[in-house]
Design a protein around this ligand. Structure first.
Ligand code: OOG
Ligand code: NI
Length: 268
């Protein structure tokens, strides 16, 4: 376990930009404009609901750092469950962790996933660097394609393993930009490609959270047999609004999250 929140996120960021060069470029573009440090709204993680590495195992790293569980979410069609965590120090990023409901897939898919998880050391999830430890297995390009046909999320996990899936810029903390639409325009003018599934902006003031994201970078990955160019990670942008009680909304919105997941889609 890490003993320092800022060191953990710094390590996660380095690991994330190592496979997401566009995120570093976007970070530069936006910080050169605001003249300010970029504040993260949240960081997201993915895993399988298999005991050895399930959502709770990832969450334990954040609970140990003082985070608390706040909300839970279900994604029936994608066969996913998720929870979000907040720290009492609101300058720390929120954490969104999802897990794939493995038992809901075909035997063929389950076999590939269990083979991957079986090759992870029993105590790996407790290791200090687990949250950015990547893959602990090798999959063939055929196995990747089998997973991809059943679940974009499963295929992404097989290629990338444990790491930050995305960081999220807090638009509320930006000096230069007032609204998410202006951030989006700036990104598009600079040639970055946004996720348009469910519209460029998911949610809005009516659900107290507006979100957008880039489409994941495409990078070369060495599978057991061949190399393939596949989606890595993306960058997200979030603007939060007050609830009727006058407090800034801190939760997530399942209908919007459902579309954000698609930022790593490999299929058209
Ligand atoms: C998580 C997608 C959901 C959000 O902010 O709603 C999400 C993922 O793609 O792993 O990040
Ligand atoms: Ni997110």
């Amino acid at each position: 376990m890490h003993t320092n929140i800022d060191t953990l996120f710094a390590n996660l960021w380095q690991n994330y930009i190592s496979i997401t060069p566009s995120a570093e470029k976007v970070h530069e573009l936006l910080s050169s404009n605001s003249g300010d440090e970029i504040i993260n709204d949240h960081v997201a993680f993915r895993t399988f609901n298999i005991e050895k590495v399930n959502l709770d195992k990832l969450a334990a790293h954040f609970l140990a750092l003082g985070y608390e569980e706040k909300g839970s979410y279900n994604f029936e069609a994608k066969k996913l469950a998720a929870k979000h965590f907040e720290h009492a120090d609101t300058s720390k990023p929120k954490v969104f962790i999802s897990e794939l409901l493995v038992e809901e897939f075909s035997d063929e898919v389950q076999t590939i996933i269990h083979k991957m998880v079986d090759s992870i050391a029993d105590d790996a999830a407790q290791h200090r660097d687990f949250l950015y430890s990547g893959t602990h297995w090798e999959v063939t390009s055929d196995e990747y394609e089998t997973l991809l046909a059943a679940s974009e999320y499963a295929a992404w996990m097989s290629a990338w393993g444990f790491r930050a899936n995305h960081f999220t810029v807090s638009v509320n903390h930006m000096e230069h930009f007032q609204v998410l639409a202006d951030v989006n325009q700036k990104l598009k003018d600079a040639g970055f490609v946004l996720n348009t599934s469910g519209g460029e902006i998911k949610g809005g003031e009516e659900v107290h959270l507006a979100q957008s994201s880039t489409m994941a970078d495409k990078v070369e990955v060495q599978f057991k047999d061949v190399k393939k160019v596949i989606p890595s990670c993306f960058y997200e942008f979030a603007q939060r609004f007050n609830t009727p009680s006058g407090e800034l909304y801190q939760g997530f919105v399942a209908a919007s999250a459902d579309k954000i997941f698609e930022s790593t889609n490999a299929k058209g």
